[in-house]
Design a protein around this ligand. Sequence first.
Ligand code: GUN
Ligand code: ZN
Length: 427
Amino acid sequence: MTLKAFRGELLSVPQDPRDNPEAVRHDLDGLLVVENGLVVARGAYADLAPRFADVPVDVLPGLVIPGMVDAHVHYPQTDRIASHGEQLLDWLDRHIFPAEKAFAERAHADAVAAFFLDELLRNGTTSALVFPTVHEGSVDALFEAALTRDMRIVSGKVLMDLGPEGLCDTPAGGRAESEALIRRWRGRGRLGYAVTPRFALSCSDAQLAEAGALLAAHPDVLLHTHLSENRHEIAAVAARFPEAADYLDVYDRFGLVGPRSVFAHGVHLSERACGHLHDSGAGIAVCPSSNLFLGSGHFDFGQAARHGFRLGLGTDIGAGTSFSLLYTAGLAYQAALAREDRMDPFHALHLATAGSASLLGIADRVGALAEGQEADFVVLDPAATPLIARRTCGVPLADRLFAMQILGDDRTVARTYLRGQLAHQRH
Ligand code: GUN
Ligand code: ZN
């Protein structure tokens, strides 16, 4: 039994604060008590200190938030971040598919997976739903590296039997490799599996049907894909599936829409699709930096709120331009404003933590810094740069948090802890 305690300013937002203003949980001088990697007590230092008088206490310098949860990111695109010049479909052909071909080689996958996971930790991200490539070995590389680091990573072999040469599988081969990976990795560390058809355009009808069969056969896996991101993509989907009511309906016809489904983007959604997202329990990983970078548009937070479907936040590296979910939360605010909506910084923090955790089906384990959860947390430094120090000095919590979302990034992450163990410390 190992008990330890952390003293500092604690902040978490387990529920959407628009539904419940009480959802913001803030302990200005708080204590977090951790036993074997789990939070066993959290509250005001003055209340808890007598109960845990014998427990050694680490004082955390800064604002302590839950480890952030990236609800959509591509690890093989790490080295193609900031590739110039194209919208989605041309960008995939010109920059991304050539880069993903290199993951046929296991040593390359190992090297990129290691860098990618360390970069997540540097940015305060402790859990993520991750696209690898079509290669089975790209999943093994990521899962092995995540297991070594004790990170919560959900991933699954990309299905794309209509992909370009060198990035193409078959419906039967994709199914068999997915089954093998599920068998190999189920129950290990903090890993989870997601059936991952790349998007409707990269999969034949037969492969989308195999994806639906996989999802039905394994009640513990997620479905992870892209939805309604870019107008040219949407037009191509409509041309290929004229009988479908909309893009979401394409996935629905193959049994891919339900409470375990995570769809990236959803920038251009019909009212019908929004209603069905709500009714089915599916969620959207909103990726504002990617949407801006590829000229895809801005997610409609007002429409999503009217329908009340679940939302999380994703960086979508390498279309996304930052690994930092803190910074991405600031962009979510700006995307909301661009469509005449509002987002307060607590809501943005909720999206980057418990909201994303809910999409990944891990909200009982992480995202709220609550009793019974795994002690994954981040220490944000409000004096990370001279400008952030100046802007956060002596102002209320909401303003401090907002300034860190707008001005901050990896520089603002002083420390990242996984299950109570220090996993990253800024130099
Ligand atoms: N749609 C299909 N594949 C991709 C991808 O790799 N990135 C993004 N942003 N959208 C996609
Ligand atoms: Zn993506």
